[in-house]
Each structure stands twice: as C-alpha cells, then as structure tokens.
Write a protein that binds this ligand. Structure first.
Ligand code: CUA
Length: 323
C-alpha cells in the first residue's frame, strides 16, 4: 500500500522539477563548454588512433604472403618510430598540456577577485546544506545563483566524503573531512540544473540530489534577501512543530527551533523538492515524508515519530506557510 502510494510521487518529482537532463554534454557555462570541447577532441583523437591502427593491421594482413620489397625493413622501422613513438608522444603531450594547464585552470577554484558571491555547500548524509556567506541565508538542496555571474562555491562535509557535481555547469569537487575545496559556478543563462552526489557516501548516496537554480540577477537578489529573513508564519501547526521532536533537529529562524541535525526549514515552502531532491515539496510529499521518512530513504537520520495524522496535517500546514 505504502509503495503504491509513493511510486507516483517519486516518478512525479522530475516532472515537477522540470526534467533536468543532468548531462555533462549539455554545457550551460563557459567552464563546461571547455570540458565538452576537450571531451570531443579527445574522443576524436582516440577514434582516429584506433582507426589508424586497425587499418594498418588490415594492410599487414592483406600483404602477409608478399615477398619483402628491397628496403622494406627500413621503411617499416621508420613507420614504426613515427606512428608508434613520435605520434603518441606529440598527441598525448598536446592533450595533456591542453587539459591540465588550460581546461583544469579554467574550471577550478576562482580567483578571489573574480567573484562577488560565495556560497558554502556542506555535504551531509544525505542532503546538502547551503549557506550564503556574509548573509543569514541558509537553505538546503537548492542552490540559487545569479545567472551570468561567477559564483565562488566552497565545499565542505559534515560527516563522510561526498562529491559535489552539477554536470551542466562544471566538473566535480570532492567534499572531504577537514578540508575545503572550491569551484566556480557560472551559469550563462537562467535555468535549473540538476546535481548529484558523486562519491559513494552510504546507503542513500543515490538519493543525494540537488538543484542549482540560476535566476536573473535582480530576482536572485530578492530571493537572497527573503531567505535571510526570519520566519514570520504562526498559527496552526507551529506549536505542534515546536513541541514535537522536529524542533530539536531542524532550525526555523525566528522561532525557538534551532536543531542542526537536519535541514534549516526557515523558508522551506520556497523550495521545489525535499529530502535531497527525492520528493516534490507538495502537501502530499511533506505528509508522506513526515509520516514515514524511513520508507523513502531507509537509513536517513529522520525517524518516523508516529504522530497522529491530524497532527501531521497541522504541521504540514505550518511548513507550507514557511514561504
Ligand atoms: Cu553524498 Cu554520495
């Protein structure tokens, strides 16, 4: 019964979320364009090499019964040195310099002076905490950035090794305990880009997704200002949320709830998904998640509290007002 109820929800998530293709070949930033070009050139060079070797093999096989022409041995040696030594050294060195010197440099940590905004992303089992340095804004699983502006993304982890990857925007960086890694996010156009944890980090590694939303700059500034404000919603469900265990794991700025085990929920209603981009942020999604989080993501840190349906309904009503 539970499964039948949850399947449509899980399949509906990509539809509601706008069908991210999550393809590294779908470049949406200058950095990813460089990576895609490198990929195709490397693929082309490799394909040419394979074709060349296969045709030489074929040629040799066809001439297997011929007598050796005068000077044939020398020509074969020259050909061997040219194709077997010189060509690989030249082509591999050229590709190495291009990828390691130019592409890697263009896609790695941005110069401090080249970015105006720093976003800190902290990996958790199994969700993403997102902080906007210099502002009180804290969110989860959904990173808003201004389109057409370079953003300095700083990656850390709260527990095990994770890897932050948004294939349409840039290469991946690992989030390693005790270290910070940086990368530039630079979406050319407004849009939604799906990301995924790319380092096995436990049972729900596959359900550690995220969205990067590139907004037009003015809309982004308004969003950031809104996310920095404390929650003002009151009324139905607020007291239940604060009285139950919810408040000991989640923060809602502007209320006594200040737990840090789970995502900050101050403006939960402004997000499109919950639970590491697994479920749509709808009344049904929230209700099912609170009712039995272990059913959707076995092993995650949120327990089923066994709350009566009426109480879940009123807590969901409160969460829906956290715009
Ligand atoms: Cu986090 Cu895989």
């Amino acid at each position: 019964m539970r499964l039948r109820r949850s399947l449509p929800l899980i399949f509906a998530t990509p539809l509601l979320a706008g069908c991210g293709r999550q393809s590294a070949l779908d470049a949406a930033s200058p950095q990813q364009h460089k990576i895609v070009l490198l990929f195709w050139v490397m693929t082309g060079v490799a394909a040419f090499g394979v074709a060349l070797i296969l045709s030489l093999l074929w040629l040799g096989w066809r001439r297997r019964n011929r007598n050796e022409a005068p000077g044939g041995q020398r020509r074969a040696t020259v050909l061997l040195i040219l194709l077997g030594v010189v060509a690989p050294i030249v082509s591999l060195s050229a590709l190495f310099v291009w990828s390691d010197v130019f592409v890697l440099r263009a896609t790695s940590a941005p110069k401090p002076s080249s970015t105006a905004l720093t976003v800190e992303v902290i990996g958790h089992q199994w969700w993403w905490e997102v902080r906007y340095l210099g502002t009180p804004a804290v969110t989860a699983n959904e990173i808003h950035i201004p389109a057409g502006e370079r953003v300095n993304l700083v990656g850390r982890t709260a527990d095990v090794i994770h890897s932050f990857w948004v294939p349409e925007l840039n290469r991946k960086i690992d989030l390693i305990p005790g270290r910070t890694n940086r990368i530039v996010l630079d979406a050319t156009h407004p849009g939604r880009y799906r990301g995924q944890c790319y380092e096995f980090c436990g049972l729900q590694h596959a359900h550690m997704g995220l969205w990067v939303v590139a907004d037009p700059p003015a809309r982004f500034r308004a969003w950031l200002a809104q996310q920095g404000r404390p929650a003002t919603a009151g009324g139905e469900g607020r007291d239940a949320f604060l009285a139950e265990a919810c408040a000991s794991c989640h923060t809602i700025r502007g209320t006594p709830a200040s737990g840090d085990a789970g995502p900050d929920l101050t403006h939960l209603a402004s997000r499109q998904t919950i639970a590491g981009a697994l479920l749509p942020n709808t009344r049904q999604g929230l209700t099912d998640w609170i009712d039995d989080p272990q059913h959707f993501k076995p092993g995650n840190h949120m327990p089923a509290l066994g709350l009566p349906q009426s109480e879940i309904r009123s807590i969901v009503a409160y969460l829906e007002r956290l715009k």
